[in-house]
Ligand binder design. Structure first.
Ligand SMILES: [Zn+2]
Length: 325
């Protein structure tokens, strides 16, 4: 808001100048281009503090701000360091218990692990209640059987090769702050046909939970990057996923786009929010055209994108002071 107010003030000045009578004797003024890149962040804290906001629920996400470069643990495991602006993203799995414990230490704090639980000293500890969720059972029939119970040796070898590609794509932890963008939906309109976390029975066979958020839209519908990021995987023909793209929005917060009919980006491409990455399709393990949208954090936590984008928006409002000002 401050950036917008500043821009408005500059525009008013520009308009007033245009309407003022010409003053030929005045020295020419130099005009500088005005570029508003994003929200104007308040500066990071200079003492060891910790503020977190977001969606504190199973499959949810939170954003924390603390001392730049401070080490952070979640539930006893070191998850990384805050970035140079003091931001760190944390996520909560589908199976997360009722409480999440976040600790933050001064940069360079000693990390000890009594009883296998890491502690940071000197440090701060905060505990958050994590809301439980209920997940439905969903039955889907009519899938290609080799995408449910593959047994063809050639298919099994292909699945193994593609699994290695995906693992490589998940390793990324880009030093960018796309997670601060305020995510937009990657496709317009559509019907939600599969919720995140559902227990699935595919062609009659019980399967792992569904870690996607399925939006049915016509074949060929453009898919937009929901926030700035870097492409870490771009494949046009995967066995399970068809056309598949991964985008790292910073710190290993990776969004995934499955079953695409067309892939327009390449590994290493830098994306702006809203940029088209390809088109919706029905390739791989799918019964019709839809976008299966997924989100994973640091290659360990599957998150619910529909909940996470709300959580990140709430976190921005709270931590960037954008609300009610
Ligand atoms: Zn899906």
């Amino acid at each position: 808001m401050r950036a917008l107010a500043g821009l408005a003030a500059l525009l008013l000045v520009a308009c007033a100048a245009a309407e003022a009578p010409a003053q030929p004797e005045a020295p020419a003024t130099v005009e500088y281009p005005i570029e508003v890149v994003g929200p104007v962040n308040p500066p990071p804290p200079t003492t060891l503090t910790l503020r977190c906001a977001g969606a504190f629920t199973q499959g949810g996400i939170a954003l924390c701000r603390t001392l730049p470069n401070a080490p952070v643990t979640l539930d006893g495991a070191h998850i990384g360091n805050a970035d140079a602006e003091g931001w760190i993203v944390i996520g909560f799995t589908r199976e997360h218990g009722a409480e999440a414990v976040v600790t933050v230490g001064a940069p360079g704090a000693a990390s000890t692990a009594p009883n296998g639980r890491q502690r940071l000293s000197p440090g701060l500890v905060q505990t958050f209640d994590i809301a439980p969720r209920e997940f439905d059972v969903q039955r889907i029939n009519g899938l290609p059987q080799q995408t449910v119970t593959p047994d063809d040796p050639a298919v099994l070898a292909r699945i193994q090769r593609e699994s290695a590609l995906k693992q490589a794509g998940f390793q990324s932890q880009a030093n960018i702050e796309g997670f601060l963008d305020g995510f937009i939906r990657p496709v317009e309109g559509g019907t939600v046909t599969g919720r995140w976390g559902n227990q699935r029975i595919l062609n009659g066979t019980p399967s792992t939970p569904h870690f996607g958020y399925d939006i049915a839209v016509p074949e060929g519908t453009p898919i937009h990057a929901p926030a700035a990021g870097v492409v870490t995987l771009a494949e046009s023909d995967m066995h399970y996923e068809g056309g598949l793209v991964f985008i790292d929005h910073g710190q290993g917060l990776i969004t995934m786009y499955l079953h695409m009919s067309r892939v327009d980006v390449h590994v290493g491409d830098t994306l702006e929010q809203g940029q088209v990455i390809g088109a919706v399709g029905s390739r791989g393990r799918a019964t019709g055209p839809h976008l299966c949208w997924r989100m994973k954090l640091r290659n360990t936590q599957q998150l619910d994108p529909s909940v996470a984008i709300e959580g990140l928006a709430a976190a921005r409002r709270e931590l960037l002071g954008e609300s009610a000002r």
